[in-house]
Ligand binder design. Structure first.
Ligand SMILES: Nc1ncnc2c1ncn2[C@@H]1O[C@H](COP(=O)(O)OP(=O)(O)OP(=O)(O)O)[C@@H](O)[C@H]1O
Ligand SMILES: [Zn+2]
Length: 827
C-alpha cells in the first residue's frame, strides 16, 4: 500500500448485522493493512470491537463520515481464503449474518474486544529474558495493575498495533485472557527439569558433582543436583525429565534451579503431561481387522474412487472405529490432515481415548468447552501447516471452522445425531452438512458413519449421491441383542407393576445381577418428576416466564424450569382448590434411582445425566466406575445412548418408549428408532448375546417392531412413504421462522402479516402461523411459520425471496419490535 494514500477497509464484526462496515485507514497503518487480518475499530457509542478485514479499497463511503481503524492486530492473515468461502456459504445457506458466523468460527481468544482483559498467567514462572522490551513493559504493568484491557495496553506501549505483542505474550504463557481463566484453566503442560545435554554421561555428571561440592557457596545448587539424581533423572546415559514441582517438593530451591539453568547445567522445559487416562497406554498397535471389517474397508476405498461422500452403515458394535483408524492412518501416510467430527465431545471420551492411544500427539481435541489456549494452539498449528502435530483434529461441529491446509478426509461419526445441528445462537448450521461443503474446497473425502443413519443421508445413499457400504455383523460374530417388550397396559391390569417398573423388567434385572452382569436403564428425562399435579382439580405448577410445567428436583428440593432455570420451592397445597392431594405424574432419572433402591435393595445405582455430570470429569469418572464394575446399574438420559462400549452389560431397559414416539415432531419416529436401537446396541458387546426390554403401552407399534427386528431398512422404507405423503424431508426442505414478542396480540398480527407476504410468493408451501409446543419462553410469546420447499428448488432463489419478504415486513415501522429466528433445515 502506498504511504500517503487514503484507504478504506470493509470489516466484518461479530454483530448480528448482514453488512460489512467501512472504516478509514490512518496513513501510518497503510503498510499493515491486509485482508484476513484483525483490526480494532470503534463501534457503537465509545465501544471497540475486533473485526476482520475482508476488503481494501479507495471508495469513500457516501452519506456518512467513516471512523478510523484503531489498531491492526496481526501481521499476517489469521483466516484462509477457504475458510472465508465457508463462512460465506454458511451465512447464505443458513441465512445468518456473517458476523454471527465469524463469532462461531473464531476461538474467543481471537475475538479480543474492548472488554477483553488480560492477566498474568497463573502458571507463569519467571524467565523474563525471553521477553522483548515491549512485552516486558506489559508484564511490568500487569504486576502492578493485575489486569489490563487492550486500550490500556495500547496506551502503555504508545503504539496501535499491539496484537503481535499480546499474541506473543499469550504464546509464551506470560499472560492469559480473563475468559480463559474463568474457563477453569487446567494445565495441560508442566515444567520439567533435566541435566543439559553436555552432562548426560557418567564422567560429566561425576565431574559436575565434584565441582559443585568443592565450592561451599554452591551448596544449595549441589543439593538440587543430588536431588535430581536421587529422583532418577540420570541413569547410565539415560536422561529422564523430572517435574519441576516434584523437585521443589523434595527440597530443591527454586532459585538455585534457575541459576543452574542459566549456567546451562540444567535444562528447564515445558512438556505435555499425558492427557490419557491412567493405564490406557497399554496397547497402541492397531487391531487386525475381521474379514467383514476388511471387506467394508476395501469397499469404502473403492467407493471413494467415484463418490466424494460415502456412508458406512454399520450396526452397533460392528467395529466401525477400527475401520476409521485404518483410513486415518492412510491419510497420515500421505501427509494429509483428517477432521473427525463427533456429536458431543464431552460424551465421547471412550472414542477419544482410543484414538489418542493409536495416534498420540497427532490428535488435537477441539471443543468450545475446553481450554481456549488449546483451541488457539490447534488453530495456529493448522494455519501454519505444522505437520508435526494435530494432523488429526477431533471436534464437535465447530471444528469445521479450523484453517485446514491439506485436508484429506472428514469422518462424521454418529452422523444421524441431532446435536450436529446448532440451534442457539445463530448461525444455525449443521456440522455434518457443512463438512460436506467444506470437503469440496479441499477435494477431500467424507465418510459418514452410523448404525442408524439419518433419513436424509440414507436417501442420498440410495439415490447414488453418496456411496453406501454396509457392515451388518457385530464384531466377533456376536448376535445382535434380543429385544423384548414389556406390555405396560397388561401389567397395569394384572397389577404386576412395581411403581414404574414392569414385573418383566424387574425379573430380567434380577437375573442379570445374579450373573454379576451390569445393566443400563434409559429414561429420556432428568429430574424427579416432570409434573406435579393436583389430583382434585388438575392444577400443576408452571414456570412464571415460560409456558411449561416445572420439574421437581428431589436432591435440591425445588421445582425447576428446564427452559429458563427459574425455580421455586414445592407447594404443600394446591393454590387453586386448596386440596393437599398433589401427585407426581411421569418419572425422571432421579425418581428411578430412588425406586431402584426399594425394588432392588443393596444394588449400586448411578445416574448419568446433565445434573450428575455438571462437574468437570464427573462424566469420565462415572464411566470409569462403571467400567471397573463399581456400579451395577447405570440410569441415564440420552447420554447413555452415545457410543458407549462396555464388556459386561447384558441388559438394557428402555423405560418409556411411548414418550419418545408421541412427540409432536415429524422426526419423532425416526428419532425413536435411532435412540432405541442405539441404546439397545450397548447390550452384549463382548462375549454373550445381550438382552433389551422396552416398556410400552403399544408393543405392536411399527417402530418398536422394527427395533425388535433390527430392521433399519424396513423402518426407513416405511417412514419414507410418510415423509413423501406429508411433504417432509428428504423430499422437501424446511425452513422454520419463529417470531418472538412480549405482547401476544401484537405477535398475532405481525405473524399473520408475515405469513400473508410469504404466501404471496410461496403459496401453499407456507404453513402456519401456529403456536409451538411451548408457546411462551422467558416471557416472550412464540409463533412459528414453516416453509416447505421442494428439494429440487434452487435454495439460493428461495432464500433470496424469503429475505426480501422479511426485509419488506421489517420496513413497516410497526413490525420492527418482533424478532424473527430463521432455522434452515431444522433438526
Ligand atoms: N478388529 C478388531 N479386533 C478386536 N476388537 C475389535 C475389533 N474391531 C472392533 N473391536 C471391538 O469391538 C467393540 C465394538 O467396536 P466399536 O466400538 O468400534 O463399534 P461401533 O461400530 O463403533 O459401534 P457403535 O455404533 O455401537 O458405537 C469394541 O470393544 C472394539 O474394541
Ligand atoms: Zn421458565
Amino acid at each position: 500500500m502506498e504511504e500517503r494514500k487514503t484507504y478504506f477497509v470493509d470489516v466484518i464484526l461479530p454483530v448480528p448485522i448482514n453488512n460489512a462496515f467501512t472504516y478509514r485507514v490512518p496513513f501510518e497503518m497503510n503498510e499493515h493493512i491486509k485482508t484476513g487480518v484483525r483490526v480494532v475499530v470503534p463501534f457503537g457509542r465509545s465501544k471497540l470491537q475486533t473485526g476482520i478485514i475482508i476488503k481494501i479499497h479507495e471508495k469513500v463511503p457516501e452519506g456518512y463520515q467513516s471512523k478510523y481503524v484503531e489498531a491492526v492486530l496481526d501481521d499476517a492473515p489469521i483466516i484462509t481464503g477457504k475458510q472465508f468461502k465457508l463462512w460465506n456459504w454458511i451465512s447464505e445457506y443458513y441465512m445468518a449474518p456473517l458476523g454471527d458466523v465469524m463469532n462461531a468460527a473464531l476461538p474467543s481468544n481471537f475475538k479480543l474486544g474492548s472488554e477483553t482483559k488480560v492477566l498474568l498467567h497463573p502458571e507463569y514462572e519467571g524467565n523474563l529474558d525471553r521477553l522483548t522490551d515491549k512485552e516486558y513493559q506489559v508484564f511490568e504493568a500487569l504486576e502492578i495493575q493485575n489486569e489490563l484491557d487492550l486500550k490500556e495496553i495500547s496506551d502503555i506501549l504508545g503504539i496501535k498495533t499491539i496484537q503481535p505483542v499480546i499474541k506473543s505474550l499469550i504464546e509464551k504463557r506470560v499472560i492469559i485472557t480473563q475468559e480463559d481463566l474463568k474457563q477453569k484453566y487446567a494445565p495441560k503442560t508442566q515444567l520439567f527439569v533435566e541435566f543439559a545435554k553436555a552432562y548426560q554421561s557418567d564422567e560429566q555428571i561425576e565431574a559436575l558433582i565434584k565441582v559443585y561440592s568443592e565450592n561451599a557457596r554452591k551448596k544449595k545448587q549441589l543439593d538440587v543436583l543430588l536431588t535430581l539424581l536421587k529422583l532418577g533423572s540420570y541413569k547410565q546415559g539415560e536422561s529422564t525429565p523430572i517435574l519441576r514441582s516434584e523437585l521443589v517438593e523434595h527440597g530443591a530451591s527454586a532459585s538455585s534451579i534457575n541459576t543452574l539453568n542459566k549456567d546451562e547445567v540444567l535444562e528447564i522445559k515445558r512438556l505435555e503431561i499425558s492427557r490419557l487416562a491412567e493405564g490406557s497406554e497399554a496397547d497402541s498397535s492397531f487391531k487386525s481387522l475381521s474379514e467383514a471389517q476388511q471387506s467394508a474397508l476395501d469397499e469404502i476405498r473403492t467407493s471413494f474412487i467415484e463418490k466424494d461422500v460415502t456412508l458406512l452403515h454399520g450396526v452397533t458394535g460392528s467395529g466401525k472405529t477400527e475401520i476409521y483408524v485404518e483410513l486415518i492412518q492412510e491419510q497420515l501416510d500421505q501427509g494429509k490432515q483428517v477432521l473427525f467430527l463427533l456429536p458431543e465431545i464431552a460424551l465421547t471420551t471412550q472414542l477419544i481415548q482410543r484414538l489418542q492411544r493409536y495416534f498420540g500427539d497427532k490428535v488435537g481435541v477441539y471443543h468450545s468447552r475446553f481450554n481456549q489456549n488449546e483451541r488457539v494452539e490447534i488453530w495456529n498449528s493448522l494455519l501454519h501447516n505444522d505437520t508435526t502435530k494435530f494432523q488429526i483434529v477431533l471436534g464437535a461441529r465447530s471444528a469445521v471452522f479450523l484453517p485446514f491446509r491439506n485436508l484429506g478426509l472428514i469422518i462424521v461419526d454418529e452422523e444421524h445425531e441431532s446435536s450436529f445441528k446448532q440451534y442457539d445462537p445463530s448461525p444455525r448450521y449443521n456440522g455434518r452438512d457443512t463438512a460436506i461443503v467444506l470437503r469440496a474446497f479441499h477435494d477431500a473425502k467424507v465418510l459418514l458413519g452410523s448404525a442408524t443413519p439419518a433419513m436424509e443421508t440414507f436417501f442420498n445413499a440410495e439415490e447414488g449421491k453418496y456411496g453406501l457400504v454396509s457392515l451388518d455383523k457385530r464384531f466377533g460374530d456376536l448376535m445382535m441383542p434380543e429385544i423384548f417388550t414389556a406390555n405396560l397396559k397388561k401389567e397395569k391390569r394384572d397389577k404386576t407393576m412395581q411403581s414404574d417398573f414392569s414385573g418383566f423388567l424387574v425379573e430380567h434385572m434380577k437375573e442379570a445381577l445374579e450373573n454379576k452382569e451390569q445393566i443400563i436403564l434409559f429414561q429420556n428425562r432428568r429430574g424427579y418428576n416432570p409434573v406435579w399435579a393436583c389430583e382434585v382439580c388438575g392444577w400443576n405448577p408452571h414456570c412464571k416466564n415460560c409456558d411449561v410445567s416445572l420439574t421437581y428436583h428431589k436432591n435440591s428440593n425445588i421445582l425447576k424450569c428446564h427452559y429458563c432455570s427459574y425455580f421455586t420451592p414445592p407447594v404443600g397445597a394446591c393454590p387453586k382448590c386448596q386440596s393437599n392431594r398433589l401427585k407426581m405424574i411421569g418419572f425422571g432419572t432421579e425418581k428411578i434411582e430412588d425406586e431402584l433402591s426399594i425394588i432392588l435393595p443393596g444394588v449400586r445405582v448411578q445416574r448419568l445425566d446433565l445434573d450428575t455430570t455438571r462437574q468437570k470429569n464427573s462424566y469420565e469418572n462415572i464411566l470409569r466406575d462403571f467400567d471397573d464394575r463399581k456400579i451395577d446399574i447405570l440410569v441415564g438420559t440420552q447420554m447413555v445412548t452415545k457410543g458407549l462400549d462396555f464388556d459386561n452389560v447384558s441388559l438394557v431397559g428402555i423405560l418409556d418408549a411411548d414418550m419418545m414416539l408421541n412427540r409432536p415432531d415429524f422426526r419423532a419416529f425416526e428419532r425413536s428408532y435411532q435412540l432405541m436401537s442405539q441404546v439397545s446396541g450397548r447390550s452384549g458387546r463382548k462375549t454373550k448375546r445381550g438382552k433389551v426390554v422396552i416398556q410400552t403401552y403399544d408393543p405392536d407399534h411399527w417402530i418398536i417392531q422394527h427395533v425388535i427386528n433390527h430392521d433399519f431398512i424396513g423402518m426407513y422404507k416405511n417412514e419414507l412413504i410418510e415423509r413423501k405423503n406429508y411433504f417432509y424431508p428428504p423430499f422437501y426442505k424446511m425452513i422454520n421462522l419463529t417470531l418472538k414478542h412480549r405482547d401476544p396480540n401484537k405477535l398475532e398480527m405481525m405473524a399473520a402479516d408475515l405469513a400473508d407476504r410469504l404466501v404471496a410468493v410461496f403459496g401453499s408451501r407456507v404453513l402456519g402461523p401456529e403456536f409451538p409446543v411451548v408457546k411462551r419462553i422467558q416471557n416472550s410469546y412464540l409463533k412459528v411459520i414453516r416453509l416447505k420447499v421442494e428439494r429440487e428448488a434452487s435454495h439460493k432463489k428461495v432464500k433470496k425471496l424469503l429475505q426480501q419478504k422479511i426485509d419488506d415486513f421489517y420496513s413497516v415501522a410497526y413490525n420492527k419490535s418482533v424478532r424473527i429466528i430463521i432455522d434452515v433445515d431444522p433438526s
